[in-house]
Write a protein that binds this ligand. Structure first.
Ligand SMILES: Cc1cc2nc3c(=O)[nH]c(=O)nc-3n(C[C@H](O)[C@H](O)[C@H](O)COP(=O)(O)O)c2cc1C
Length: 154
């Protein structure tokens, strides 16, 4: 399957996790491309009217994985800005993960995932599986679990 991993990663952690996922899905025979998104200018929680340098095209992908850091108990506004300009996610097989600094999902991860699910629902899609990767929690185990669960989706 042709899969696009759309990621925002400011300091590289989300990107590292995305690379591990790309490696795993590629060994299963999928064609996986990482598509980074970056803001024009400064991004911070609560920023308004954020513009991005690029808006990766999703038409070519059957599968999509959205990934971003948790910022202030939400998904980063960079991924929100990207998602909000999409007209539809209908018929896409979607998974998503967030990375976070605090050790427990309730410290922002759960809420970020809930927001992501809500946005995707407004675009006509249900997220098939999600993961929360806490950098100071059970990091490796969370990544291994995510790779297994996402592999079953695609
Ligand atoms: C502005 C800002 C807000 C953040 N807010 C949270 C938060 O609410 N909860 C949390 O666990 N981590 C928070 N973090 C930490 C990041 O989510 C974490 O370091 C993440 O893995 C960074 O991903 P990246 O390296 O891909 O940018 C915040 C980081 C920044 C820069």
């Amino acid at each position: 399957m042709k899969i696009g991993i759309i990621i925002h990663s400011q300091s590289g952690n989300t990107r590292l996790v995305a690379l591990k996922l790309q490696e795993k899905l590629s060994t299963l025979g999928h064609n996986v491309t990482i598509e980074p998104i970056e803001p024009i200018g400064d991004a911070h929680p609560g920023v308004k009217n954020l513009q991005l340098k690029t808006y990766p095209e999703i038409a070519k992908y059957e599968g999509l994985i959205f990934a971003a850091p948790v910022w202030a108990f939400n998904i980063s506004p960079v991924l929100t800005a990207y998602l909000s300009q999409l007209s539809t996610l209908k018929d896409k097989k979607i998974t998503a993960f967030v990375t976070m600094g605090f050790p427990f999902p309730w410290m922002g991860g759960n809420r970020a995932i809930a927001m992501l699910k809500k946005i995707c629902r407004t675009k006509g899609a249900t997220i098939a599986a999600t993961a929360i990767i806490c950098r100071s929690g059970n990091y490796q185990k969370a990544i291994t679990n995510m790779k297994e669960i996402f592999s079953e989706v695609y």
